[in-house]
Design a protein around this ligand. Sequence first.
Ligand code: SF4
Length: 340
Amino acid sequence: MQKHKNIPFFIPHSGCKNNCVFCSQTKITGYCLPESDMISEAHRLRNVVEESLQYLNGGEAQIAFFGGSFTGIEPERMVLLLQTAYEYVKDGKVCGVRLSTRPDYIDDSILDILESYGVTDIELGLQSTDEAVLKAAGRGHDRDVCFRSAEQIVKRGFRLGGQMMIGLPESNLAKEVRTAKDIVDMGAVCARIYPTVVFEGTKLYDMAMEGSYTPLTNDEAVIRSVECLSVFRKSNVEILRIGLHASDELARAPFGANHPAMGELVYGEEAYRNIASHIGQRDTYDKTLKVYVPPRLVSACAGVNGRNKERLIANYGFKAVKIYKNEDVSELKVIIEAEE
Ligand code: SF4
């Protein structure tokens, strides 16, 4: 569950000289950065921050540069954006700056710049730590680069975030779980899991059309994501997001994990498994299941559109399933009562 608030500033595809097979940054972020001058971009950043601060408690918010590869943009432009953001850090209006970038766009001189402008968190778009997957996805760097840049980030005292994808070409569940474990071992404090969506106009779309790539179904995406989620949970790595934000473009994506509530589906699956583990081998047929959960888990336990309730009835033969909010239960813990 996300504890901090972001003031996002998107830099779609800017600074990136690559063309990953799945990438459709303009579609993901919904707009395309014009060839504008740096001053007006910094001005736009100021507007975004000022507007957000009207309804956010800035002391708990971070300015977040997302989209594209922030540390790959022209250095003067990057510095101007950082200077603009840093004004708000120095004034105590925000608590820091975070950004996402590629592993191969990190070195000590870049980290020097980031450090001097109040950057606290660096998220690496790792996607996978498997050599064959990185190659098939057209990432343009090998797995050693992932580990090296993560090590530099952690050594310098930045908080590391790891972003990974599910269902890339040449990937499978074992490789994805391995990637999640690698992200933990790198020292990441937070992670994002993105099941692959196939957008029109991408290389992946062509691969899917010609049959050299089989897109994930939503169900596969959920099952594979929940296994990675479990790896992160065990190591207390905060999950910032699962799945892309809902958008018209996402809804129009022809293949892959394009469900608008992918995260909720995954958390629902996690909750279902938790409830199932508490039921164990008990006699359930024609009984009522009462599940007591902390407030934050009520909707996950019920599942998207009540699907967990339906599954519990179908799979266990319960007469009814009732989910109760219980303020006294603080951890991920389920209490079950079965009655005649
Ligand atoms: S590195 Fe990021 S922005 Fe660049 S092509 Fe790949 S996914 Fe797109």
